[in-house]
Design a protein around this ligand. Sequence first.
Ligand SMILES: C[S@@+](CC[C@H](N)C(=O)[O-])C[C@H]1O[C@@H](n2cnc3c(N)ncnc32)[C@H](O)[C@@H]1O
Length: 355
Amino acid sequence: MPRRTSSRSARRPHHPPAGNPAEWPLYEAEVLRGLEEVARTELGTVRGLDILSVGDEAVQFRYAGDLSRLSRLRSVTAVYAVRRWDVPRPRGLLGHQQLGELTGWLREVAAQGGHTSLRLSAAGRDTEVMERLTAEIAAGLGLPHQPEDGELRLRLRPAADGSGWEVLARLTPRPLSARDWRVCNREGGLNAAAAYGALALAGLRASDRIFNPMCGSGTLLVERALMGPYEAMVGVDIDPEAVACARANLRAAGRRVEVAQVDALNTGLPPRSFDLIVADLPWGDDIGTHGGNAELYPAFLREMHRLCSKGGRLLVITHEIRLFERVLAGSPWQGRELTQIYSGGHHPKVYLLTR
Ligand SMILES: C[S@@+](CC[C@H](N)C(=O)[O-])C[C@H]1O[C@@H](n2cnc3c(N)ncnc32)[C@H](O)[C@@H]1O
């Protein structure tokens, strides 16, 4: 359950769905830590969706609309349907009535999502009760149990108010952050929900001329291209394989964006060519080295200052935080940290600087 709670209603649809919102089905969006407010904003644009609480890494809401709309969310990593059973312990879910209700509900979720296997991700999933429960559900749904990568991911936890147990069932076979457009992956590729979140925080302007130096597999390019209009956009990477990868992903996303094999520090472009520069810098572990970054980061801030228009913005995502903040302090950029995103063992910070 979300720990930090703030109550706020989503934007009201023009024609609210029928029924009492308090009785609409319950859902929970799983969110990367640091992107909760971005998720709240995106969920707030969905018709027929009533946000109940925003907590650490989770947003709870009630929803009465088409479920396919939830599978198009971009700021969240997954959406789960949530049901509560009035049982004191998980063993109670093995009761005849409870098991019937549980499998009937999960059958609907699986039919909607097209899941072909299942798994239970819960503390104590290896206990006898949990194993029996998983086996009963698998048999009831006719889906194989695949403990590591089962598509219908189930979670089980005590209800926050202590009254029973909740089962959460992931609506989609894959996480939403695993985008359909990603046909090419590279070491150090940015989580797509993190890319969406950072871009949303930088603000969308149709008049922006956008530059993505060091584009890697093109995550920021694709996500920005899918978010709405812009004046122009170009990406560069020094590595030809990264350029090919970004082009493949953009093609798969059905977006035309120019990507070139160019050293971002030596583009030959005239001063003030861009209004928004978005950069996921090498973090010095998977990509680049800490020693190399000590030279790269100051040169990068200098060159981007030359390429950025007056009043333009530079969005930087980096896990090399101490180095970046030291270099930033000695640079002409004005800026602030927007958020820190916890993603897959990394926790990069996102900065928005202005020229
Ligand atoms: C952290 S990765 C970017 C990952 C990317 N956001 C993605 O989602 O795949 C950094 C990239 O910077 C590139 N790079 C490093 N130095 C560069 C330079 N001087 N000019 C252009 N690209 C550079 C690397 O080849 C690498 O692809």
